[in-house]
Design a protein around this ligand. Structure first.
Ligand code: ATP
Ligand code: MG
Length: 250
């Protein structure tokens, strides 16, 4: 049984079709990538899985700009596509959204503790904090610093660590390298790889295929709301249709 299974997912905003029959899965222990050009629908997949599209659908029902989500999403065997976002989080889907910014005026430590707000077990939260500090020694050094003064790379580390401050059965991260210098990108991906090595399955969404193809067991290529290809990075790189996807000629 896959850990995450998305079947025939469709998302529409009014008449605009954003996702059109997307099916994908992540198995226990896997590192999976979702790549594709600008506007392909990558973030929408993560927003659908985490319950944010359903929330938007309910908020906007009967008003302008109707949102529709169809299809099936299962996490650890359970249907989750009708659940509210906090219930999905409670089941262990830990998402670090794209360009997630910390609460600027709060310290690094307080931002991390905000990631644990669903927790009722103080001892476990302390253990998770220790683990985050082990993964990101720079955050430990700066735990009392006001988060708004962190560098871009440090803010990305903080957002990543915050997602790990509560039960993570699957760690999903949207565009971790966006806006970061090449050296910092490598550092961010090295950490994602360490998270996976600690036994947490990983789902990474990226526009840039370089680092993801190097690390992921399997990748899905998304373009115009559909899955155009699936496989290991080297296989996809050899496939002419990948280029066509990115150039928008497919
Ligand atoms: N709230 C919304 N209302 C209408 N259209 C939307 C909304 N959010 C996203 N879209 C559209 O859905 C499409 C897919 O967006 P999405 O953010 O999922 O793409 P993406 O693959 O993550 O792109 P990027 O690589 O630029 O982050 C885009 O064409 C976008 O304009
Ligand atoms: Mg996106």
């Amino acid at each position: 049984m896959p850990l995450l299974e998305v079947k025939d997912l469709a998302v529409r905003y009014d008449k605009a079709v954003i996702l059109n029959g997307v099916s994908l899965h992540v198995d226990a222990g896997e590192f999976v990538g979702i790549v594709g050009p600008n506007g392909a629908g990558k973030s929408t997949v993560l927003r659908a899985v985490s319950g944010l599209i359903r929330f938007q659908e309910q908020m906007q029902r009967g008003t302008h700009g109707q949102v529709v989500l169809e299809g099936e999403i299962r996490f650890a065997g359970e249907r989750i596509d009708a659940l509210p976002a906090h219930e999905i989080r409670k089941r262990g889907f830990a998402l670090c959204p794209s360009r997630q910014r910390p609460f600027r005026e709060l310290s690094v430590l307080d931002n991390l503790m905000a990631g644990a707000h669903l927790s009722t077990d103080a001892a476990q939260t302390r253990r998770r904090l220790e683990r985050c500090f082990a993964l990101f020694p720079r955050l430990a050094e700066r735990k009392d610093q006001v988060s708004g003064t962190l560098s871009g790379g440090e803010q990305q580390m903080l957002a990543t660590a915050r997602a790990l401050m509560y039960d993570a059965k699957l760690f999903a991260i949207d565009e971790p390298s966006l806006g970061l210098a090449p050296l910092i990108r490598e550092e961010v991906f090295a950490t994602i790889s360490r998270i996976h090595a600690e036994g947490i399955p990983v789902l990474v969404v990226e526009q840039e295929v370089g680092q993801v193809f190097r690390l992921a067991h399997r990748n899905y290529v998304l373009s115009q709301g559909r899955v155009w290809g699936e496989g290991a990075g080297d296989k996809l790189l050899a496939d002419e249709s990948l280029r066509a996807c990115y150039l928008g000629t497919l």
